[in-house]
Design a protein around this ligand. Sequence first.
Ligand code: ATP
Ligand code: MG
Length: 421
Amino acid sequence: MIQRPRGTRDLLPPEARLWQAVEATAHEVFGSFGAEEIRTPIFEATELFVRSVGETTDIVHKEMYTFSDRKGRSLSLRPEGTAGVARAWIENRLEDRSHPLRLYYIGPMFRYERMQRGRYRQFAQIGLEILGADSPLADAELLLVLHEFLTRLGFQDLLVHLNNLGDPEDRPRYLEAIRTTLRPYRGDLCTDCRRRLDENPLRVLDCKVPRCQELAAAVPPVGEVASEASRRHVGEVEERLSALGIPFVRNPLLVRGLDYYLRTVFEVVSPELGTGAVLCGGGRYDRLIADLGGPAIPGTGFAIGEDRLVEVVPEHFRQQVLARPRLYLIPLGDAACGKVLELSRQLVRAGVPLELELGGRSLKAALRRADRDGFRAAAILGEAELGRGVVTVRNLGTGEQQQVDTSRLAAWWFDRIAEQH
Ligand code: ATP
Ligand code: MG
């Protein structure tokens, strides 16, 4: 028996319908704010991620699926979406288009993670980038779009955690502050953090080991060494959020797991997910495109974990999506089977969601099945009905049964069944 690789999932019906609905909402909300979808490859040159996400981040250091193709080129499955968007932006000369450009993506990402709840090796992200705008207004708009999207899904109790990472010029001072604070406790840190303290001290603040988190709490806030300009920037983002009534808190330990962020960084946490699993993360990355060899174009973006999102999507949304009513079309006998596809074509063209009985069940067995699978109504087409141009319809909620003209079937569905829900 061949099984799926560890950390991957089969999204089965009706769960997959929730994913469709979440994605449809993303297309709609992001589109309303002027964003356009971009689809970039699922694998890229390994160097792209090394140079953008950062060589010493966990993602690149130990989570990437890297392989050589038949010509010996090093390729990696994408662990995140922003690097590919930035590469595409440079390669396709999107600087020639009018700015800013709002680009969003939806698709699978790959990271070799240790298995635990809400953590997969193939997972999906829904991300939005605003490229070509350096003002705090862009960060605030980004958070507004995110907030609208989550609100549309029915979320109410989400909190934005926000921090100021300062400018790249402030970074060496901050890294020194982290080293100075933590060096005396080096022996108490986890093995990874001991390496991080040398290679990339910022990443210690991101560690999920409780002891490391306790020690990291003593590190002074980045804000203390951050440039005046970056403080003003993040301060303005906060003002805009306050004005919109979007709840947020300053979290001085929030650094995010990617090296390209500066100034504004944020996460959205959901009480249902617990503290270990973040729903969404993002921030500003004004140097990324230039670092990859493109022009100096600022950017800001977020990525939502779609698996986690679907897991905690509010019950009302879930119910609405899963309770989609359908009509069960039951042909009885050969003559009816000859006509029933034409009837389903007519109904579907009229907008009636249906399912055709193909298994040749008896009427009794078909009605039992209809009940079990939550159909709202059944339409029975037998010899007698065929002769008279009618179908027998049955409201499976009330048990009420009657005959309607075949041409009136769609109208009956909309008036008597769909309207009632
Ligand atoms: P975490 O702290 O949970 O490891 P991260 O900081 O690595 O998350 P990002 O790189 O910012 O995550 O990705 C954005 C979002 O993608 C996360 O907030 C999360 O919802 C989702 N995500 C990241 N890694 C995974 C994974 N292995 N499985 C499922 N979702 C994930
Ligand atoms: Mg991670």
